[in-house]
Design a protein around this ligand. Structure first.
Ligand SMILES: Cc1cc2nc3c(=O)[nH]c(=O)nc-3n(C[C@H](O)[C@H](O)[C@H](O)COP(=O)(O)OP(=O)(O)OC[C@H]3O[C@@H](n4cnc5c(N)ncnc54)[C@H](O)[C@@H]3O)c2cc1C
Length: 532
């Protein structure tokens, strides 16, 4: 039986532990924190339950496929609610008044009608845009996202070759230009461009291929798993444990140990430190690090064992950092939808402050507000609302960390104060500040300290073209045999669905499966071997 250590108990580590335990490995997962979930965290206080990370449930097919791999289904694991409206967009007002508000409803036909109302003549353009997005998303799922890229021939199949002229256009132009050619209303342009932020970049840097993201929020719609993303983490943990994995918290991996086997380096175990500071060695035949890849490569491996040394990272670009506010608010907030986006008019300046040469917290900053209490009252005490406010900022731990009730570093608290004022003014909630009864903030330094995240980034390397697909760090060490990598900082990329796929890519590599698409569910594979 393969003795496997998984480092990191975020979404990717839990998913990997579940898949490998079900595959028959003897799995132990080591998580440095005192809880699992990593960036998909939870904070409970005064009767509020705040998700501290993801809140958009996108790419439902990826979840369906992942659960099927484990012999279960999304219906068995999660209670999903479709959000209608999908979200609201508040646009920076000209003066001091309330903002222009646009509601994106559930259902492609209604979204098309909304676009037509805002920009007469845009209905046809949007239908074509969404058809193209759906085609790109489908091709990506079947040919690229689950592809370990260990056989370049997998890219030379008929379907990809036929799509090549289109792909060349989509990879050779930016999302911003692609959208601007088809739509002129500035807010509609923002609706089609903002998903680039999900990918850790901005529309002027993301390739137009990522217009596929609009197939998710505008066409398929936005869902919410009851229990939030913390509920999903708990399901993943239960599935990993059911499959036989042993999950240990308060266990920090301090080194991945290697030895020479027939002239090559191969893993032999992991050194780890428990919460009391005692060190021990966990022997293993196989190691999967699902911790941030920069940390894994530059802190856990000896220089000769590094596939992605510091010099490699110097040429890479991080996605944004985040200032986050978790707010408990007295009374109700019908002005906000479950998801609300606040977009500044000068978007270029906003993104430039995050990704450009002279980086700073954008002012004014575009921001995102989640109000899960709109769908799940249990996340707040009776008569209260639960708000998660996310302000994308540069990935820079020097901006500082957050704290409880205004005790965070000055730059973090100032950014949060400005965000509260903006939400209050634009959404017309004059007394928002006075109604806040609980306030917790998080800054880039918290990400660096709690998750060893590279540059304090919230997501990982951005999905600019040269950091996407086969150009992104892959799921296996080039230097050390039987060492694999999962998670948002590896392939295929950032976001919860991508982390689930990264776990499957590890499984495929271990099995020597070089196919381009998703694996046939393990259940079926196991049934076949049982009848053999
Ligand atoms: C604020 C925010 C909002 C987001 N919104 C969305 C969204 O709406 N939808 C979506 O799909 N995605 C979203 N994402 C992205 C998504 O949450 C992440 O891509 C995903 O959770 C990353 O999971 P991971 O397992 O790769 O990494 P992590 O969550 O970072 O997990 C890695 C784990 O490894 C542990 N670790 C690190 N070093 C060691 C060590 N030496 N020893 C032991 N353990 C170690 C860490 O403590 C951590 O628990 C969001 C992310 C953030 C931060």
């Amino acid at each position: 039986m393969t003795r496997t250590i998984v480092i990191g108990g975020g979404i990717a580590g839990l998913a990997t532990a579940a898949l490998l335990a079900r595959e028959g490995h003897r799995v132990r997962l080591l998580e440095r924190g005192d809880r699992i979930g990593g960036r998909a965290g939870v904070l409970e206080r005064d009767g509020f339950r705040f998700d501290t990370g993801p809140s958009w449930y996108l790419m439902p097919r990826v979840f369906d496929h992942f659960f099927a791999l484990l012999g279960t289904s999304t219906e068995e694991q999660l209670a999903l609610r479709t959000l209608d409206p999908g979200y609201r967009v508040f646009s920076e007002p000209a003066g001091d008044g309330a903002a222009r508000m646009l509601e994106i409803p559930f259902g492609a036909d209604r979204v098309v009608e909304t676009f037509e109302r805002v920009e007469p003549g845009s209905a046809r353009a949007l239908r074509r845009y969404l058809a193209s997005a759906a085609h790109a998303a489908d091709l990506a799922e079947r040919r690229f996202l689950y592809n370990p890229f260990t056989r370049l021939g997998s890219l030379a199949d008929g379907e990809v070759l036929r799509a090549l002229p289109r792909l060349t256009t989509l990879l050779g132009t930016t999302l911003e230009r692609f959208v601007a050619k088809r739509f002129s209303d500035p807010v509609l342009r923002q609706v089609l461009g903002y998903p680039a932020v999900f990918l850790g970049t901005d529309p002027s840097r993301a390739p137009a291929m990522y217009h596929l993201m609009s197939a998710l929020d505008l066409d398929e719609g936005v869902q919410y798993p009851m229990g939030g993303f913390w509920g999903l983490v708990e399901r993943l943990e239960a599935l990993a444990v059911d499959a036989g994995a042993d999950i240990v918290t308060g266990a920090e991996a301090t080194a991945i140990l290697t030895r020479r086997e027939r002239g090559r380096l191969a893993v032999s175990g992991v050194r780890c430190r428990d919460a009391r500071g005692s060190e021990r060695i966990e022997h293993a035949n196989l190691v999967v690090s699902a911790a941030d890849l920069h940390h894994t490569e530059t802190a856990l491996l000896e220089p000769e064992a590094r596939s992605y040394p510091e010099s490699w990272w110097r040429k890479r670009e991080s996605g944004p950092g985040a200032v986050i506010a978790l707010l408990g608010v007295e009374g109700s907030l019908p002005q906000l939808a479950h998801h609300s986006l606040f977009f500044t008019r000068d978007w270029a300046a906003n993104f430039d402050a995050i990704f450009g040469e002279a980086r700073s917290v954008p002012d004014p900053a575009s921001l995102y507000v989640c109000r899960p209490s709109a769908t799940e009252p249990g996340v707040a005490p009776d008569g209260h609302e639960n708000l998660f406010v996310l302000i994308p900022v540069p990935a820079d731990p020097a901006l500082g960390s957050g704290g409880a009730d205004g005790t965070g570093d000055a730059a973090i608290e100032q950014a949060v104060d400005a965000a509260i004022d903006r939400i209050s003014l634009w959404a017309g909630i004059g007394d928002l500040r006075e109604r806040i009864v609980a306030r917790e903030t998080i800054g880039p330094a918290d990400f660096a300290r709690d998750y060893h995240s590279w540059s304090g980034g919230m997501l990982g390397p951005s999905h600019i073209l040269r950091q996407s697909a086969l150009l992104r760090a892959q799921n296996q060490s080039k230097r050390v045999d039987r060492l694999y990598y999962a998670g948002a900082t590896t392939a295929p990329g950032v976001g919860v669905p991508m982390c689930l796929i990264s776990a499957e890519l590890v499984l495929k590599r271990i099995r020597g499966d070089r196919s381009a698409g998703p694996t046939a569910p393990l259940a079926r594979a196991l049934d076949r071997s049982a009848t053999r």
